[in-house]
Design a protein around this ligand. Structure first.
Ligand code: FE2
Length: 193
């Protein structure tokens, strides 16, 4: 079995002007593809052959873990964005956010400052804990909340420089503004329910 690059849920130019086609050509077409190619090479003829991506993430270490987790994290991230997205949260997640953080604006400020402060390369996540409460967490490099069975990932932003350098150079805060203009609340709600 060979893992395949999942199709983007929108055309590569659909997130412009917030995230350009050139960024998606590199970020999806080259970086995501490269994690996938390395994953397939490492899984081939190993004891992980035939395992699901989630199984590999939960049991592998080192380079295999890194490539498997980056494949999963990116596939999840593409669905967190939508050309029809952005604005304040809607649906059940809007109520949960108000309960957990006081208001949508307080949540947005906290998520943004957590993402801006995530040192180096990594990901910032909104997760649901096993008690149903929400939390904002940072992970470094390829690390993913998927390895914690008590936690459900709801939303993520990729804060690796490759996610924003073409469009915003080193200005991560400008990229985070762009992210908020694209958040796919329908997908967040589907993860929450
Ligand atoms: Fe990335």
């Amino acid at each position: 079995m060979v893992f395949e690059l999942p199709e983007l849920p929108y055309p590569r130019d659909a997130l412009a002007p917030h995230i350009s086609k050139e960024t998606l050509d590199y970020h999806y077409g080259k970086h995501h593809q490269s994690y996938l190619d390395k994953l397939n090479a490492e899984v081939s003829d190993s004891k992980f052959e035939g395992k699901s991506l989630e199984d590999i993430i939960r049991t592998a270490k080192g380079g295999l873990f890194n490539n498997a987790a980056q494949v999963w994290n990116h596939s999840f991230y593409w669905h967190c964005l939508s050309p029809q997205g952005g604005g304040a949260a809607t649906g059940p997640i809007a109520t949960a956010i108000n309960d957990a953080f006081g208001s949508f604006d307080e949540f947005k400020d906290k998520f943004t400052s957590t993402a801006a402060g995530n040192f180096g390369s990594g990901w910032t996540w909104l997760v649901k804990n096993s008690d149903g409460g929400l939390a904002i967490v940072n992970t470094s490099n390829a690390d993913t909340p998927l390895t914690d069975a008590a936690v459900t990932p709801l939303l993520t932003v990729d804060v690796w420089e490759h996610a924003y350098y073409i469009d915003y150079r080193n200005a991560r805060p400008k990229y985070l503004d762009a992210f908020w203009a694209l958040v796919n609340w329908e997908f967040v709600n589907s993860n929450y329910s």
